[in-house]
Design a protein around this ligand. Structure first.
Ligand SMILES: [Zn+2]
Ligand SMILES: [Zn+2]
Length: 382
């Protein structure tokens, strides 16, 4: 018989006797059951055979004074059907059956066994692999880096197991013990007029364990804030406000579970000259009234490149957009967006005599019907 068997099997229940049963009562109960389920009396009945085996096993332990004592001690220490809450952090998850094979896998002493449950488990004993949490962070890029892509160092801060007590919450050299009030289930049941109501154990707050000597570093919580820096590659062409997913760069998984993902919210610093519109860059280019009216060739700056010459035809209206292909943002397919240059007329604030007289001549030369006549007429319509 192993300790594992002791915790999983209720021998008293198997024999249908109380825990206080005397040796003679145990013997009597066994004889009755053994006769009933004996394979000779139940030919080909597999259930009866199984039952007979467990009855015999129970009797072998309970009829031996020394073994019975060991059995009773093991069960009073852990309680029958030892359960440990799963996912006690973060709210989700109730209690699930604890894998006893995991707990008693090694031939270690009690202290080592309990230590082993908690080491590297982030303070919550669990039997199954758990995927690491997704982590969210943000970074700010220059316009150039957002266009070309960049490798950035991201500092991630999160809650993890306390490094001093390895998440057990217990002071060095001590281990938590199974909560005596809930026998490690983390749940307590109240009887309400025949209905059993289960609620988190008040003594251990649902953890199933109590810490007698709390770790001084984490005050017994088993949790600590930690930070790490990860290098993340932000792809080319990312836009302001975009959220980038970096698979496997989030919190580490537990018990062989996969890592979570890292989500990076990207902010792009405004540029002094260039703006962005989808895959295109934008720029506002000042022009004179005569350049628009007479036509001109003007120099337009490009991002990270030499200025290009744009030809403005005579009679170009203010605000017209000129498209310079290949000078925008690199798209997913590898091609480049355009630079959209908007011409904006600048009105001279100070005029010399020659300029003033030229403009007055222009006014006379271009005088004709009131240019606002149409506007004013239409404005009268309902
Ligand atoms: Zn600690
Ligand atoms: Zn408890």
């Amino acid at each position: 018989m192993s300790t594992k068997d002791y915790l999983e099997k209720d021998y008293y229940k198997t024999l249908g006797v109380p825990k206080t049963a005397k040796a003679a009562d145990i013997k009597k109960a066994y004889r009755e059951l053994a006769r009933k389920y004996h394979p000779d009396a139940n030919k080909g009945n597999a259930d009866a055979e199984e039952r007979f085996k467990s009855i015999t096993e129970a009797y072998n332990v309970l009829s031996d004074e020394k073994q019975r004592k060991e059995y009773d001690e093991a069960r009073s220490m852990f309680g029958g059907g030892f359960r440990v809450p799963t996912g006690t952090r973060g709210g989700a998850g109730g209690t699930g059956p604890f894998d006893l094979g995991d707990l008693f896998g090694g031939d270690s002493g009690l202290g080592d066994v309990l230590g082993g449950i908690f080491r590297g488990r982030g303070g919550t004993a669990q039997s199954r692999a758990r995927r690491g949490a997704d982590v969210e962070t943000e970074t700010t890029l220059s316009l150039g880096d957002s266009i070309d892509g960049a490798t950035v160092a991201l500092r991630l801060t999160g809650e993890g197991p306390c490094p001093v007590c390895h998440g057990t919450g217990a002071k060095a050299g001590t281990v938590p013990r199974v909560c005596p009030d809930c026998q490690g289930t983390g749940q307590q049941s109240r009887n309400l007029g025949g209905f059993g109501l289960s609620e988190p154990c008040k003594t251990c707050r649902g953890r199933g364990l109590v810490v007698d000597n709390p770790c001084t570093s984490c005050s017994g919580s088993g949790r600590a804030m930690s930070s790490q820096t990860v290098q993340a590659r932000i792809p080319a062409g990312v836009a302001d406000g975009q959220r980038i997913r970096l698979p496997g760069k989030g919190a580490s998984g537990e018990h062989g579970g996969k890592n979570g993902d890292l989500y990076v919210r990207v902010h792009v610093k405004p540029h002094a000259v260039f703006g962005r519109s989808g895959d295109n860059l934008t720029v506002s280019v000042p022009v004179t009234i005569s350049e628009l009216a007479l036509g001109a060739e003007i120099k337009v700056p490009t991002h990270r490149g030499a200025a290009v010459t744009v030809r403005i035809p005579p009679g170009t209206p203010n605000g017209r957009v000129f498209r310079v292909p290949g000078r925008g943002v690199r798209k997913k397919d590898g091609t480049l967006g355009a630079l959209l240059a908007t011409v904006e007329v600048t009105v001279p604030q100070e005029l010399n005599n020659k300029a003033r007289s030229a403009l007055e001549d222009l006014r006379i030369a271009t005088s004709g019907p009131d240019p606002r006549e149409e506007l004013l007429r239409r404005a009268r319509q309902d």
